[in-house]
Design a protein around this ligand. Structure first.
Ligand code: ADP
Ligand code: F6P
Length: 480
């Protein structure tokens, strides 16, 4: 039976060794949470990094680790400490991530990082080539592996290869600054189908292909190496039922400690309201902007003091990269400043958690919050916005969402804001707090309908359908 090989930098599970004991956690991030459902259901093998370095993998626990990974239908690519520093923290997260999110000032162009990126992409391709059989499909994911499609296609030209980018694709003017731009584009074009979250990212990619490689682009098809490569947008959805059903179920079960604390605030006064944000601690997520805008709101509308509380969950991420350390410091300081300025004996305006939380607690936060305030300065998609909507079983609640998130393209019924405009955010927050229930419900109903229809399963199905159609189209053209 033919299989699909999913390839991504991270596996859906992350393993750590602590005191000679294995610790296993689900991976955080849109890619892992989104693809997990598809992987569990289909005939697939997932190839990626387990979270352990090659040095750690060679320890006494290696047998246990291998068994664990195999049980999850996965195989691991082992990365050395040096790979982690130069490929992951280096090229992936100090070069591509900032560049593709328009943070030019954070982007480092380093030959050592680039050499490591090429070598590690080769490791991933080799791992795929070890497993791929005739008739299998390979689906490569995200910016860490942009060279892998070509490395596979060069060795196995008949293999169907799909590629999906989970982050924004920047405009030509940004991308052209990249020193290895031709190699990167050739790497991606090894795929038969290239997918993006939004039409804009697709358009930017095609523009780079036309202007840098001077290739002919016919609408959204590129003829490349006697093949047809198709480029299209597929906005990623969520496992709607999982979030909706968990929210319904948790309402009937015994309350968690967190839920009890959240209830205490809600019951403290009839006007008490909770505003939620959940992100990885990343400078693209607009965390300082959000705190500043909240501070501005409390100054502009003091009648809301002692009534509203911002609950901010930030998950530690890429903490070896200096910009992330600076962001953490800035966030700590801002939270301290706002809490110091406004707190009373019975009220703290911001509850800030810097940690990962179990799924059940995420659901508690989503279902208890009257408003979700999601303000990235740049974000490929943002699944948190969609998860919040899916858990609103009474169809109440308001989503405030940045126009800079890919998700805003399909969530017009949210209250869309510019994350740099504090005046607008403060006024929108007031409007959201005062929105009549009827309007909340009519907005939520449309948002939920759309998310229910275009789930993550549907997203994968549409991508695969289009991938096979492209491969067949290519075969017809070549035969002619
Ligand atoms: P990104 O991919 O940039 O991290 P997304 O918003 O698209 O951003 O995806 C984040 C994913 O990580 C969501 O599916 C969310 O449920 C999950 N997540 C976020 N915070 C936590 C947390 N504290 N604990 C567990 N999962 C989390
Ligand atoms: O969705 C974007 C993404 O960068 C994924 O590729 C990645 O797995 C996730 O966010 C979390 O980042 P990291 O793997 O660097 O912790």
């Amino acid at each position: 039976m033919n299989k699909t090989i999913i390839v991504s930098n991270r596996l859906p599970l992350q393993i750590k060794i602590d005191n000679n004991q294995l610790q296993v956690k689900p991976s955080v991030g849109g890619l892992a949470t989104g693809l997990k459902t598809i992987h569990q259901e289909g005939n697939s093998l997932w190839i990626g990094w387990s979270g352990l370095t090659e040095e750690e993998l060679n320890s006494d626990l290696s047998k246990q680790v291998k068994a664990l990974i195999k049980k999850e239908k996965c195989d691991t690519v082992s990365l050395t400490q040096n790979d982690l520093e130069n490929f992951y923290y280096g090229f992936s997260n100090r070069t591509l991530w900032p560049l593709f999110h328009y943070f030019m000032e954070y982007t480092e162009f380093e030959n050592t990082y680039w050499d490591s990126y090429k070598a590690v992409n080769q490791k991933f391709a080799d791992a795929v080539l070890e497993h791929v059989e005739d008739g299998d499909t390979v689906w490569v994911h995200d910016y860490q592996l942009l060279l892998v499609p070509k490395l596979i296609k060069d060795k196995k030209p008949n293999t169907t290869v799909g590629f999906f980018l989970h982050i924004p694709y920047p405009s030509y003017e940004i991308f052209r600054t990249f020193p290895w731009r031709e190699e990167l584009l050739h790497g991606i074009l090894g795929a038969d189908l290239i997918g993006f979250h939004t039409y804009d990212y697709q358009r930017h990619f095609l523009s780079s292909v036309k202007r840098i490689l001077r290739l002919d682009v016919n609408f959204n098809e590129i003829t490349y190496d006697d093949r047809v490569v198709k480029v299209d947008s597929f906005p990623m959805g969520i496992d709607y039922n999982k979030f909706h059903q968990s929210a319904l179920k948790q309402k009937k079960e015994e309350k968690s400690e967190l839920q009890k604390r959240l209830d205490d605030h809600i019951q403290s006064s009839k006007d008490a309201r909770m505003i939620l944000s959940i992100d990885r601690m990343d400078y693209t997520k607009g965390i300082p902007n959000r705190i500043r805008a909240f501070e501005y709101f409390l100054n502009k509308y003091p009648e809301y003091k002692e009534k509203v509380r911002l609950i901010m969950l930030a998950v530690p991420s890429r903490s070896n990269v200096p910009q992330y350390q600076l962001l953490k410091r800035e966030t700590d300081e801002l939270v301290g400043r706002v809490n110091g300025q406004f707190s009373t004996v019975s009220w703290t305006p911001i509850w800030y958690f810097y940690r990962s939380m179990p799924f059940e607690n995420l659901i508690d936060l989503y279902t208890s919050s009257h408003i979700a305030m999601i303000t990235p300065v740049r974000d490929g998609m943002n699944l948190v916005a969609k998860e919040y909507v899916a858990t609103r079983t009474e169809q109440d609640g308001v989503l405030i969402l940045s126009e800079m998130a890919g998700a805003s393209k399909e969530m017009n019924e949210a209250m869309l804001i510019n994350p740099n405009n504090f005046e607008q955010i403060a006024d929108t927050l007031k409007q959201a707090l005062e929105m009549p229930l009827k309007e909340q419900r009519s907005r939520m109903e449309i948002l939920q309908k759309r998310l229910k229809r275009y789930t993550v399963e549907k997203w994968a199905e549409e991508f695969m359908k289009s991938l096979f159609a492209t491969k067949n189209l290519g075969a017809v053209i070549i035969a002619k």
